[in-house]
Design a protein around this ligand. Structure first.
Ligand code: UD1
Ligand code: UDP
Length: 353
């Protein structure tokens, strides 16, 4: 059996690393295709090295661009690459909700190659997010839909998708479990930042809806400036590009290069609280028992809101500061089912195509 995995952006490298290991253990041949959506060392190569991902068999080298340009280039190059694969793959596997996911799904569907989606069924119900469009289209084209949560299964059912839907659990939880221990062996906090455990906040900001709206971006930085301690902010290049002088960086906000996954896990684990608009970081904070403030009006990961472990604060400075002061109740409880990657691989093997 041959599986063609399509990746391109930071969170996909993490998800694919876990599945890739399970595919190898099952003796399944994997062809890894990298679209080139992310290409800076700190967003790309560092993940391949730290997570032992195989070198991509095909690198499409697409890079950045507008949505149509980027997705279109990916589709053109991907179609040629998939047609060259002989024998054709038994499954094309796409991850998450980026433009690389969308391009992979459209090309596979048009070439009539069986398509499977890891992290299916997530919805923000906000069509202003490019990710929401990518998810909806990908889910409607997939034959196998690996839902990480029961909420995701329900979302799909409401859209009339019930065939091929499986509650597999979350490959990112597996990644956290595996690599949090590796991270502690590789790094000590002092090697990364000059702050002790529990004395700093960790923030990430990269969502287009925040970076591309000066009012929202200003609100976020003002909110971070009101926190009672240093805020470590590994900065996504999209956000750095928007810091053109019109946004004041408060003195307590410490800008940092994007970090690798291992360093990131350690930074989350030791933070007083996390403030983020990332999907993955909300979940990681929850799983690691660190309070999270989400810098958005909605979340796809509604389970994390339980007990106040994750709070939606949007981009209003007052709401951000108040949410960071609040203390959650009890302990975060995560959905804990069979290892997601093993489940996914078994379904790929057993599902007739
Ligand atoms: C993409 C995904 C988003 C995901 C995020 C993960 C889409 C529509 N968005 O957003 O869902 O959460 O990845 O991090 O697919 N850039 C660099 N170096 C790089 C990559 C990007 O400098 O290696 C800069 C470029 O100026 C580029 C901008 O960042 O235009 C945005 O990159 P892009 O890949 O289009 O979207 P992300 O914001 O990274
Ligand atoms: N991440 C990382 N280094 C960083 C910022 C994030 O390793 O500097 C990891 C983070 O821990 C999570 C993933 O990247 O596993 C999330 O990616 P991102 O926030 O870019 O995308 P999203 O999850 O929102 O799609």
């Amino acid at each position: 059996m041959r599986v063609c995995s399509i990746v391109g952006a930071r969170p996909q490298f993490i998800k694919a690393a876990v599945v890739s290991q399970a595919l190898a253990q099952a003796g399944i041949e994997e062809i890894l295709v990298h679209t080139g959506q992310h290409y800076d060392i700190q967003l790309d190569r560092i993940f391949f090295e730290e997570l032992d991902l195989p070198v991509p068999h095909v690198h499409l080298g697409v890079g950045s661009g507008t949505h149509a340009l980027q997705t279109g280039q990916m589709m053109i190059r991907l179609e040629a690459a998939l047609l060259e694969l002989q024998p054709p793959p038994d499954w094309v596997l796409v991850y998450g909700d980026t433009n690389s996911t969308l391009a992979g799904a459209l090309v596979a569907a048009k070439l009539k190659l069986p398509l499977a989606h890891v992290e299916a069924g997530l919805r923000s119900f906000n069509r202003h997010m490019p990710e929401e469009i990518n998810r909806v289209v990908t889910d409607h084209l997939s034959q196998l839909l690996f839902a990480p949560t029961q909420t995701a299964v329900e979302n799909l059912r409401r859209e009339g998708i019930t065939q091929g839907v499986h509650l597999t659990g979350d490959v990112m939880l597996e990644a956290v479990r595996t690599y949090a221990i590796v991270a502690q062996r590789k790094w000590s906090l002092g090697q990364l930042i000059p702050y002790a455990s529990g004395t700093y906040y960790l923030a990430t900001v990269h969502r287009a809806e925040n970076t591309d709206n000066p009012v929202r971006l200003k609100g976020i930085f003002e909110g971070l400036g009101r926190l009672d301690g240093p805020v470590v902010l590994p900065l996504h290049p999209r956000t750095r590009a928007r810091l053109d002088g019109s946004i004041q960086i408060p003195a307590n906000v410490k800008l940092h290069e994007p970090v690798g996954y291992l360093a990131m896990l350690l930074l989350i684990q030791n933070a007083r609280a996390v403030l983020t608009d990332s999907g993955g970081v909300q979940k990681e904070a929850f799983w690691l028992g660190v309070p999270c403030v989400t810098l958005r009006e909605e979340t796809e990961w509604v389970e994390t809101l339980e007990g106040g472990w994750n709070q939606l604060a949007g981009t209003d400075p007052d709401r951000i500061a108040a949410a960071a002061r609040a203390r959650p109740l009890g302990h975060p409880v995560s959905l804990d089912i069979e290892s997601a990657s093993t489940h996914i691989v078994r379904l790929l093997q057993e599902t007739p195509r």
